[in-house]
Design a protein around this ligand. Structure first.
Ligand code: UDX
Length: 463
């Protein structure tokens, strides 16, 4: 029988793949340490769920957009308005329903981009925890924007100086800081993550201390709240030195290819495959997609490419005809799937290079699993992440764009060779191995993230 004194956490992710994965993984860690967690999923998200949450309970609620999620609302602003009115009310009901049970909620953990959830926590007397899914460095930049310490749009300067970071050129800044006109609601969305943090009880970051050492130190000094780093929030199977444990990761909102990728990778030599993926929702320009295709072909390397269904039509016809996983016989040179189990792929010994948009999860996953990267950032925080990949952690290169903003096939080929061949490639492989070890160290017993998580758990158990 479950211990009736177990503290109960209600976890509320922003309904996007890159936000759900790290919060669910953190929730699983809490469960493994004796905390009960219920994961609140919107009705629309639940319709797309392809995999289970394991030991974390699920509670479905309506955010007011049950048929189409954010698309149904029409814009991010409109979505948040509905969430604030309808979603918040429904979340409060979920909490109130539980009040008379054996496990009333004690804590509300919410995605940092939905800061109004803290009002629900405070109103109902719960511990309020803001969970950040982007790097600490990117968050420090947004913190500066929120406090007016960095005015936007950033213009008339060639570089920006931020605490604990190398000088950031304009092209290294999160793109929301540049064209404020078209990005105004996104900028507000990311800056507002800091709007009420003085009332939050904990700020939780999916990074690890040594990875962003100076920035984390600055943050710890600056923020009034209990600020902790808890990452990387990957399943212990991949990080634990004994290589055991649960290997389910996040929830897949797209049906993943389970066996074809791995069977295909099994036929390839160590480090010989380039894995290509651009995250869960961003879209590439058709011309960029073509350049990537021909760049892969020119490199002569094996490739495994995730092309989501809605992007498939942008592939050159040769690629659609020859490399799709649905082909009658499995292609040899390249394989294209609609969605992979990304951690299994990155952890596979055949994968030696990761072409990525550098979303924070993908960046942290590549680094923690020891795969050097080629960055083709599309927008948002990815430009900053790839700056760190290239110049701070030295585990990858950023593709250079031409005057039309496209990374050409020759450049893609050059980047792949830079990673897989020559002295620079060897340096990057050595560096990424070092970061992989440090990531493991952070989550192993006595490591920085592990101690922080225990500290958080103890506070829930004792209060
Ligand atoms: C977005 C932003 O880009 C990111 O910077 C932000 O911090 C969170 O939201 P997304 O663009 O989807 O996320 O990229 P990313 O952060 O890399 O997250 C994608 C997730 O989907 C990763 O956890 C990755 O492992 C997973 N994935 C991706 C798969 O499981 N299979 C795939 O085929 C592709």
């Amino acid at each position: 029988m479950e211990n009736a004194c177990k503290p109960h956490v209600l976890a509320v992710p922003f309904p996007g793949q890159g936000h759900i994965n790290p919060m669910l993984q953190f929730s699983k860690l809490l469960v493994s340490k004796g905390i009960k967690v219920t994961f609140a999923i919107t009705l629309f998200t639940a319709k797309s769920m392809q995999t289970e949450t394991g030991l974390v309970n699920i509670e479905l609620f309506s955010d007011g957009c049950d048929e189409g999620g954010i698309l149904e609302a029409g814009s991010l602003d409109a979505y948040f308005e509905r969430f604030k009115t309808i979603g918040s009310e429904n979340l409060a009901k979920v909490i109130e329903r539980q009040e008379s049970s054996d496990f009333p909620f004690k804590c509300l953990m919410y995605d940092s981009c939905m800061p109004w959830c803290l009002d629900i926590a405070k109103e109902l007397g719960l511990v309020g925890v803001s969970f950040y899914t982007q790097s600490c460095s990117v968050n420090v930049i947004y913190y500066h924007v929120y406090h007016g310490l960095l005015s936007t749009p950033v213009q008339g300067v060639s570089a920006v100086s931020m605490p604990g970071m190398p000088l950031l050129e304009i092209s290294d800044l999160p793109t929301f800081l540049l064209n404020s006109e078209s990005n105004i609601s996104y900028l507000k969305f990311v800056a507002d993550q800091f709007s009420n943090i003085d009332q939050a009880d904990w700020l939780v970051f999916n990074t690890f201390h040594k990875l962003e050492n100076e920035v984390v130190n600055w943050m710890l000094n600056e923020l009034p709240t209990r600020t902790i780093t808890v990452g990387p929030t990957l399943p212990s199977k991949y990080l634990d030195k004994r290589g055991e444990g649960d290997d389910n990761y996040g929830i897949n909102l797209i049906k993943p290819d389970r066996r074809t990728c791995i069977n295909w990778l099994d036929t390839k030599k160590t480090g010989s495959v380039v894995y290509v993926s651009f995250g869960s929702f961003l879209s590439l320009q058709e011309q960029q997609m073509e350049e990537i295709a021909w760049g892969l072909e020119k490199s002569g390397k094996y490739f495994l490419w995730v092309v989501r269904a809605e992007e498939e039509q942008k592939l050159p016809s040769k690629f659609r005809e020859e490399y799709m996983s649905t082909s009658v016989s499995l292609p040899d040179k390249g394989l294209i799937v609609k969605w992979s189990l990304q951690l299994q792929v990155l952890a596979h010994p055949s994968v030696g290079c990761f072409i990525t948009h550098a979303g924070w999860n993908s960046t942290l996953e590549g680094l923690s699993l020891g795969v050097p990267m080629v960055g083709i950032p599309i927008g948002s925080d990815q430009t900053t992440n790839i700056k760190f990949v290239e110049d701070v952690w030295r585990v990858g290169v950023r593709g250079k764009v031409d005057e039309k903003g496209i990374i050409r096939r020759e450049e893609i080929e050059r980047c792949i060779r830079e990673i897989t061949e020559g002295e620079h490639g060897e340096d990057m492989r050595r560096n990424v191995e070092k970061w992989k070890e440090l990531a493991k160290e952070a989550v192993d017993e006595g490591g920085s993230s592990s101690k922080n998580i225990q500290h958080f758990v103890d506070s829930l158990l004792c209060s």
